[in-house]
Design a protein around this ligand. Structure first.
Ligand SMILES: Cc1cc2nc3c(=O)[nH]c(=O)nc-3n(C[C@H](O)[C@H](O)[C@H](O)COP(=O)(O)O)c2cc1C
Length: 194
């Protein structure tokens, strides 16, 4: 009996969402994929696209736009920012949620700065309305990953920081809080249906 009730409720949610992500090493892409899966599970219709090569994409059909990026040297990817820039006007008639994947989210002491620089400042600069939600999510430390010189250089810096904290840097560490990511996505559907 309970099961039937639950299905009815989920069918009742009317929401068409578009998730647009910018990524350099795949971390934000995986977060976006999980969000898409969870939001579909909650009854939303969801399209998921990489902001790379995304030009003149018609966002008219969507109620909710979830836009996010990985952070490099304090910056979103150019493509994800261009998506916000190019759709600035039309986004005023939509619900918009922003998220980032960044190293600043991994430690309590740097989260406030990450929230301000990578989410609040971006919302102020690129959106005319307040976002319905912002999500600050962590990164991955992978001693095996090969993403070029800049990545290697940054990783060796991070490695020293982790070693100071007594963390085993021979192992991969996923600092993304998947429960928080799932909850954030579930909440978006629950609070922003038509
Ligand atoms: C070269 C480089 C620069 C980075 N710069 C920052 C930074 O300025 N602030 C931050 O919080 N995290 C920084 N990070 C961590 C990334 O934001 C993190 O790895 C993120 O998950 C990357 O997302 P992506 O794989 O989707 O591009 C940097 C990582 C690298 C490799």
């Amino acid at each position: 009996m309970n099961k039937v009730k639950k299905i009815d409720l989920k069918l009742g949610i009317e929401m068409k969402a578009l998730i647009v992500y910018g990524t350099r090493y795949g971390t934000a892409a995986e977060i976006a994929e999980e969000m898409s899966r969870v939001m579909k599970e909650e009854g939303a219709e969801v399209d998921l696209v990489d902001s790379k090569g995304l030009k003149n994409f018609d966002i008219t059909p969507y109620d909710l736009l979830v836009v996010g990026s990985g952070i490099k040297m304090g910056k979103w990817t150019k493509n994800a920012l261009n998506f916000l820039k190019n759709n600035k006007e039309i986004l005023t008639s939509k619900k918009v949620a922003l998220f980032v994947s960044c190293g600043a989210a991994n430690e309590e002491k740097s989260r406030a700065e990450g929230q301000e620089k990578y989410l609040d400042d971006v919302a102020n600069k690129y959106l005319l309305n307040e976002p319905v939600a912002t999500g600050l999510f962590g990164s991955v430390y992978d001693p095996e990953a090969k993403h070029g010189l800049m990545y290697k250089f940054t990783r060796s810096f991070i490695k020293k920081e982790l070693e100071k904290q007594g963390i085993d840097t021979t192992k991969r560490h996923d600092y993304r809080d998947w429960d928080a990511i799932k909850e954030w996505a579930r909440d978006l559907v629950a609070k922003n249906g038509r």
